[in-house]
Design a protein. Structure first.
Length: 280
């Protein structure tokens, strides 16, 4: 049975020097770490530490997932560190968690692990609360299909960054649970632009439900919405900063008129015509 040490050794890391390699498992109750990954912020997030966590030569980084399992994010060579500056965290969504004495590490990703990133799943063991550990061998549970994202959590239990939405839509065989669930219902959804907080309320109906509507966003970034398209094309914000979530699911048996009535109610409640990205 393949183990973590087997794989690291196969790729050229000297695992005989256990005190030179640390394992970290990112799972934080305060924030959605998956959203940080999808938004391209995970490397900044993990580089910032309030203690000398990375007192080693290499860091093998994982995302905590179901139970005690963890999914590989990458392998990094540790360089120096310095005090965090405001410019380091200007784009970090969770910058309010950064302390005045926190430091930022130089982490250079080690090549050769690309085929295993976001795919290799290990069992961290019973001591999952210990999120950083010196290298110990851990069993490989599985290697996920390429393009697989986290399991579908429930209609009202996720905020999906654009990059994750695109990956899910582009890899249907690897994300069958997402495709099946999103295609099964009509509904009202919200898109939030991360940097400005601007919101767009939309609706989905028809035979392909929410999935069919969101596929257009995955292809274009704006889904044909006039204000979103204008904002992206003029460079006011990037499609990579969009976050998708569902406000309400509805039966696909409802007519377009009935679904749009629900959509209008949410626009009124959240003020997205006056203060957001809805033009009608």
């Amino acid at each position: 049975m393949l183990s973590l040490v087997d794989l690291l050794s196969l790729k050229g890391l000297d695992c005989s020097r256990a005190k030179s390699i640390k394992l970290v498992r990112h799972k934080d109750k305060r924030i959605d770490v998956e959203a940080l990954l999808g938004g391209g912020h995970i490397e900044t997030y993990q580089r910032i530490q309030g203690a000398p966590i990375f007192n080693c030569d290499y860091v093998v980084s994982f995302m905590g997932i179901d139970g005690t399992q963890a999914r590989l994010l990458g392998v990094y060579r540790v360089g120096g560190h310095r005090q965090v500056q405001p410019a380091d965290i200007v784009d970090l969504p969770c910058r309010d968690l950064v302390g005045e004495t926190d430091v930022i590490y130089d982490l250079d990703e080690v090549p050769g692990f690309e085929d295993f990133k976001d795919r290799l799943v290990i069992d961290w063991g019973n001591n999952a609360i210990s999120w950083h550990q010196w290298l110990t061998d851990k069993p490989v549970v599985e290697i996920l299909p390429a393009g697989r994202r986290r399991p579908f959590p429930g209609y009202l239990d996720f905020v999906l960054p654009y990059t994750d939405l695109k990956t899910i839509c582009d890899n249907p065989s690897s994300n069958k649970d997402w495709h099946k669930a999103l295609a099964a219902v009509a509904g009202i959804y919200i898109i939030v632009e991360e940097t400005s907080g601007l919101q767009y309320i939309g609706s989905a109906y028809g035979k392909d439900g929410i999935l069919g509507r969101w596929m257009t966003y995955a292809r274009t970034g704006h889904g044909g919405n006039a204000e979103l398209q204008k904002s992206i094309e003029e460079g006011r914000f990037a499609k990579e900063n969009l976050r998708f979530s569902i406000l309400r699911t509805l039966p696909k048996t409802l007519t377009m008129t009935e679904v749009v009535e629900h959509e209008s109610q949410y626009k009124e409640k959240l003020g997205t015509r006056a203060f957001g990205l809805n033009l009608n």
